[in-house]
Write a protein that binds this ligand. Structure first.
Ligand code: PLP
Length: 360
C-alpha cells in the first residue's frame, strides 16, 4: 500500500527540452537571442523589493500588456505566468481535463501535449507541416480533420509560427476555423513571432487566445515571464487556474520596463540578430547540411545521421538540438550564438559531420 498519484501523471515522462549546457560548453540547443538584455530591464529586476509579496495577480503588468496590445477587454483579458509555459499548463487545467479532447498542431513544443495529458485529457496530434527540399509549408487539412473527426475539442494548441518548422496558418484561415468551432478555445503560441520573418502579432478574440514570450527576443529566459492575451472570460479562467503570486517581484518589475522597451528594441534587435544569423549560416554552411527553416535565432537542417552528429558535437562541447522530440527525426536545430562563439560552433559541427559522414 502506498499513496498513488493520478495515473495520467504516473505515466508521464518529462518532455525533452534544449538548454542545460554545462559550464564551458557552448549552448546552441535553445532558440534564444544571444544579445545581452536591455540594461534598464535588468536594473528593474535587481531593484525589485524582495521583502514583501508582489501584486498577487500581476495587475500592473496586466494593465501594461493590455495597453500595449490595445486589448478590447483591458487588463481583464490578460493573465501573466512564470514563463508562457506556466500559462500553457494553466490553460490545460482551465479548459482541458478528464473526458475532454485537446488537439495539438505538430510538430510542436512538447509542453502542449504534456500539459494536456497531465490534466487527464485525450490528445490528438494533427500534422500541419509538410516538408519539401525548400523547407516546410503549412498544411491546414489535418487540423481541420482532427477538429471534425471525433468528440468536440475543448482546446487547440498551435504555434504561430510553428516550432521549429516556422509554418503558420493565414490569419483568415485561423479565423474561419475558430468561427466553425465556437466552443473550442484556440491557443496561438506566438513565442517565436518576434524572431520569425515578418508576421504581425495576432489579436485575441472570443475563442482565440494568444501567448506571448517576449523574453526570448530580449534574452531574458531566466526571468520566467510570459503573457496570455484573451477575451476576459478566458483570461479569468486561466487566472483562476494559477496560484497567487505566481510571478516573482523581479519578474513583474522587469516586465513593466520590458513592455516599454520592446516597442523600442524590436526593430534594432531584429536587425542585429539578422546580421548575426547570416554570418553564422555562412560559417556553418556545408553540403551535408540541408537547411529547412531559418528564423533570426535558429536554423533547422536535415542531416543524414542526425543523432550521431548531435552526439559528436556534444563530445566537442557544443550542444545542438536533435528535433526527434518535436516529431522531426533527422533534423537538427542549431541555435544562434554570439559572434565570438560562431567559429567554435562551426568547427565542432564540421568535425562532427566529418566523423559521422566523412566526405570521400
Ligand atoms: C514554442 C514555445 N512556446 C513556449 C515556450 C516557453 O517559453 P517561456 O516559458 O520561456 O515563455 C517555448 C520554449 O522553448 C517554446 O519553444
Amino acid at each position: 500500500m502506498r499513496p498513488r498519484p493520478r495515473p495520467e501523471l504516473e505515466a508521464l515522462a518529462p518532455a525533452v527540452h534544449g538548454g542545460g549546457a554545462a559550464p564551458g560548453e557552448l549552448d546552441a540547443s535553445t532558440a534564444l537571442s544571444p544579445l545581452a538584455p536591455p540594461d534598464e530591464v535588468v536594473a528593474a529586476a535587481r531593484a525589485a523589493a524582495l521583502d514583501r509579496y508582489p501584486p498577487v495577480d500581476a495587475a500592473p503588468l496586466r494593465a501594461a500588456y493590455a495597453r500595449a496590445a490595445e486589448l478590447t477587454d483591458g487588463p481583464d483579458g490578460v493573465a501573466i505566468g512564470a514563463g508562457s509555459v506556466e500559462l500553457i499548463w494553466a490553460l490545460a487545467r482551465a479548459f482541458a481535463g478528464p473526458d475532454r479532447r485537446v488537439v495539438v498542431a505538430a510538430p510542436a513544443f512538447g509542453e502542449y501535449a504534456q500539459a494536456a495529458r497531465a490534466s487527464g485529457a485525450t490528445v490528438t496530434i494533427a500534422w500541419t507541416a509538410r516538408e519539401h527540399d525548400a523547407g516546410f509549408t503549412w498544411d491546414g487539412a489535418p487540423l481541420a480533420r482532427a477538429l471534425t473527426d471525433g468528440a468536440e475539442a475543448a482546446l487547440v494548441f498551435l504555434a504561430r509560427p510553428g516550432s521549429p518548422t516556422l509554418v503558420a496558418p493565414e490569419p483568415a484561415a485561423l479565423a474561419a476555423l475558430a468561427a466553425a468551432h465556437p466552443r473550442t478555445l484556440f491557443v496561438v503560441d506566438e513565442a517565436y513571432q518576434p524572431v520569425a520573418a515578418e508576421l504581425p502579432p495576432l489579436r485575441p478574440s472570443e475563442n482565440v487566445a494568444v501567448l506571448r514570450s517576449d523574453t526570448k527576443l530580449l534574452g531574458l529566459a531566466g526571468l520566467r515571464l510570459g503573457a496570455l492575451l484573451a477575451a476576459a472570460p478566458v483570461a479569468r479562467a486561466v487566472r483562476a487556474a494559477l496560484p497567487p503570486w505566481n510571478v516573482s517581484a523581479p519578474a513583474q518589475a522587469a516586465g513593466l520596463v520590458a513592455v516599454e522597451a520592446l516597442a523600442r528594441e524590436l526593430a534594432p534587435r531584429r536587425a542585429r540578430l539578422a546580421a548575426l544569423a547570416a554570418a553564422q549560416r555562412a560559417l556553418v554552411a556545408d553540403d551535408r547540411l540541408a537547411p529547412r527553416a531559418a528564423a533570426l535565432t535558429f536554423t533547422v537542417y536535415r542531416i543524414s545521421g542526425a543523432p550521431a552528429v548531435v552526439a559528436a558535437a556534444a563530445a566537442r562541447g557544443v550542444r545542438l538540438r536533435d528535433c526527434t522530440s518535436f516529431g522531426l527525426p533527422g533534423c537538427v536545430r542549431v541555435g544562434l550564438v554570439d559572434a565570438p562563439d560562431q567559429p567554435r560552433l562551426a568547427a565542432a559541427l564540421r568535425a562532427a559531420l566529418d566523423e559521422v559522414r566523412p566526405t570521400s
